[in-house]
Design a protein around this ligand. Structure first.
Ligand code: F0G
Length: 461
């Protein structure tokens, strides 16, 4: 029996029509898109699981906030509402809105990193890695070993390998480590959570060597929900209390607010108490994002974001959301399809390496499975593997990822149980013909963040 589907704690007030093209049309569209999901038009996709970022459905309250948004260039009341919400939830003195997560990274990382420095993370998300490298610094991943075995179930597969972190700091020299980044949940490792204990231990190591700790906070609420379910001592704590404790161990956060705050655009920087750093951040925000009281956003965005920060913490909602993932995972368990388990907070990361063992990493199994999902059922997913990881910035050689996942990222409050069943049915149908599936080669790629733009073609066998 697969997991029981937990009913939606909301009803639907507004709908958007979607349509399924024929199989022949889908084959043609994906070929025209040069086998790159980012080149497909949204209207040609039936179920869009490319990302959970900015694809969420806002609530009636948030839409009401859109109407209330104050569009003043300076001193918007929506800005003050957002800052107060951020201070209340995270317990940080300084909150700066920006237009999305990578804008926060651009503003912050440029102040702490430069050529010759390193930054270490439990796992960098791709744009975060790119922003570390854009400063001239180098990014090092340091996740716990258990994360690397998708079939092995463990409660906190997103954790930092704290021992390895300390030995890396000793190896490179503490003065060379500009920043440690804790990604919660750990997106590239499969949306896997990080325990409060692990953040505390990481924080202790950072303090010992005088290195700042930054939380990459995109999925702060989903992470706290896992802590409540799985970490000893947190079962009776509220999600908000868990978030506050976790953030108390870091010095700052950068946040893509397009995820757990359930809006379509936005980002935040939080700084616990370093006034001087905040001053420098404000100057860079004005340079890159616009004046500090709007940070690249409209007043209406600030308003819906302030509301979404709280809605993301609602336990009934988090239970339903986690239930969607568990339901899909349960159906895959029945079919013998492996994924990063237990299932992550924002999607199912199917183990494409296990499903398509005939495809080597340099022919991108995660991407190949993504193409098949589109052909099979009009589903758009993405590769989280060697195709996304790209080339070594120093040698230009293809890197081998620890994982070869096809990520089915589930937008928040958007799809229903029958859509989830279509996802499971599509994967089951693909598994039945998996031995016929071949890999891909890149025919053109840009030098940075190539997976967004590259052209591919099937490898002829
Ligand atoms: N950090 C993490 C952990 C992320 O997952 C993302 C984005 C970012 C930073 C950058 O934020 O997109 O607002 O600039 N992740 C999206 C994804 C794009 O599909 O997982 P952004």
């Amino acid at each position: 029996m697969s997991a029981k589907y937990i009913p939606e704690p909301f009803r639907i007030k507004m709908v958007e029509t979607i349509r399924m093209l024929t199989r022949e049309e889908r084959k043609q569209k994906i070929a025209e898109a040069k086998y790159n999901m980012f080149n497909l038009r949204g209207e040609d996709v039936y179920i869009d699981l490319l990302t959970d970022s900015g694809t969420n459905a806002m609530s009636a309250e948030q839409w009401a906030g859109v109407m209330r948004g104050d569009e003043a260039y300076a001193g918007s009341s929506s800005y003050y509402k957002l800052v107060e919400a951020g201070q209340d939830i995270f317990g940080y003195k300084f909150i700066q809105p920006v237009h999305q997560g990578r804008a926060a990274e651009k503003v912050m990382f440029g102040l702490l990193l430069e050529k010759g420095k390193y930054s270490i993370s439990n796992t960098f998300f791709d744009t975060t890695r790119a922003h570390v490298e854009a400063t001239g610094a180098r990014a090092i991943d340091c996740v716990v070993d258990v994360a690397k075995d998708p079939a092995k179930r463990a409660p906190f597969k997103g954790n930092m390998n704290v021992e390895k972190l300390e030995s890396l700091i000793k190896e490179y020299g503490a003065d060379k480590i500009g920043l440690v980044v804790m990604t919660v949940t750990n997106n590239s490792a499969g949306g896997q959570p990080v325990s409060v204990e692990n953040v505390r231990e990481t924080s202790n190591v950072c303090k010992k060597y005088g290195i700042k700790l930054c939380i990459d906070a995109a999925r702060y609420a989903e992470n706290a929900y896992f802590v409540k379910l799985r970490e000893k001592g947190y079962a009776t704590k509220s999600i908000k209390e868990i978030v506050k404790e976790m953030f108390s161990y870091a010095d700052m956060f950068t946040m893509s607010a397009k995820k757990d705050t359930i809006v379509n655009m936005g980002g935040l920087i939080g700084i616990k108490d370093d006034r001087e750093l905040f001053q420098l951040c404000k100057a860079r925000t004005i340079l890159f994002e616009g004046f500090i009281t709007y940070g690249g956003l409209s007043g209406r965005d600030l308003e819906s974001l302030a509301i979404g920060l709280y809605e993301g913490l609602d336990e009934e909602y988090l239970k339903y959301r986690n239930g969607q993932m568990e339901y899909l995972a349960g159906r895959l368990d029945e079919a013998g399809i492996t994924y990063q388990s237990p299932v992550g907070g924002h999607g199912v990361f199917v183990d494409a390496k296990a499903l398509l063992p005939q495809i080597p990493y340099y022919e991108f199994p995660g991407q190949a499975l993504g193409v098949e999902l589109y052909i099979e059922a009009g589903i758009r997913a993405c590769d989280i593997g060697s195709y996304m990881l790209g080339n070594d910035p120093d040698t230009g050689k293809q890197l081998k990822s620890e994982f070869e996942f096809t990520r089915l990222a589930i937008p928040r409050r958007v799809y229903t149980q029958s859509h989830i069943d279509i996802m499971a049915d599509a994967l089951i149908a693909i598994k039945a013909r998996s031995s016929e599936i071949t890999g891909y080669k890149i025919t053109w790629e840009p030098s940075v963040l190539r997976h967004f733009q590259a052209s591919l073609e099937p490898v002829k066998k």
